[in-house]
Design a protein. Structure first.
Length: 252
């Protein structure tokens, strides 16, 4: 019988070969979630995801991982029309729709907490403990948020963790149509400009597949993790407005 490991900040993290087949990828549990434990676990190839009312946090390293290479981002014909309008107006100081980076990380993660993460759970998975841990990573320059604004109101966004040339996307939300897609497309182009080679989308979904993400075996993901996790200065991303092509906008 495959063991289920109890982990903490100090414990040795088990290799992914010990992950369960059913449920797929469950490898460990922990009593607490901290920034340090998340950072260590990401480098080992697994991530936390549990119902908020679960006493223990569950950690996962599924047999297949959904990932996206920035160059393979798919933009549908209908979405291209929306983007063209955004691009035409993006340099205006008072553009009705704007995309920013690291402007309000905690607001983004709290908005994501209202969205169901997985069909396996009957609610959201982002607890106050998770919010605290990822906000600490953000304060350390390791976690980042991308925001979509409409008429100066936060209407969509996403957040994730940078590990060298890999960006581990955690969750996204939309309050109006296509708001998360707008943030994601801007984020992908920005990440590509920063040298990111792979976006870890973690769990499979039709939505992510529509954006160009594909499934790869766990061994392939761990190869990318081993070869791309060296630092590329990703902690130096100041808050600001972004253009669709991935540059900071200088608004005068």
């Amino acid at each position: 019988m495959t063991p289920l490991f109890l982990i903490d900040e100090q414990s040795e993290l088990p290799p992914s070969r010990y992950a369960l087949l059913d449920p797929d990828g469950l490898i460990a549990v922990s009593h607490a979630v901290t920034a340090k434990l998340i950072w260590r676990a990401y480098h080992q190839g697994y991530y936390p995801c549990s119902p908020v009312d679960e006493e223990l946090t569950l950690w996962w390293a599924p047999a297949e991982r959904m990932v996206l290479k920035p160059s393979e981002l798919h933009i549908s014909k209908n979405f291209k029309k929306r983007l063209k309008q955004i691009i035409r107006e993006e340099h205006a100081p008072n553009a009705r729709l704007q995309v920013t980076i690291n402007h309000c990380f905690e607001d983004v993660i709290r908005a994501c907490a209202t969205v169901q993460r997985s069909q396996e759970f009957d609610g959201n998975w982002i607890s106050e403990e998770i919010i605290t841990a990822y906000t600490e990573l953000h304060q350390q320059g390791l976690a980042h948020s991308f925001e979509t604004w409409q008429d100066d109101k936060l209407v969509g966004g996403l957040y994730g963790v940078s590990i060298g040339q890999i960006f581990c996307g955690e969750s996204m939300f939309s309050k109006v149509s296509q708001a998360s897609r707008i943030a994601f497309s801007h984020a992908v182009n920005f990440l590509a400009k920063q040298g990111v080679k792979l976006i870890d989308c973690q769990q499979e979904s039709d939505y992510l597949r529509s954006l160009g993400a594909t499934l790869i075996p766990r061994a392939d993901y761990e190869y990318y993790l081993h070869t791309l996790s060296h630092e590329v200065g990703t902690s130096l991303w100041p808050s600001g407005r972004l253009s669709f092509n991935g540059h900071y906008l200088k608004i005068t």
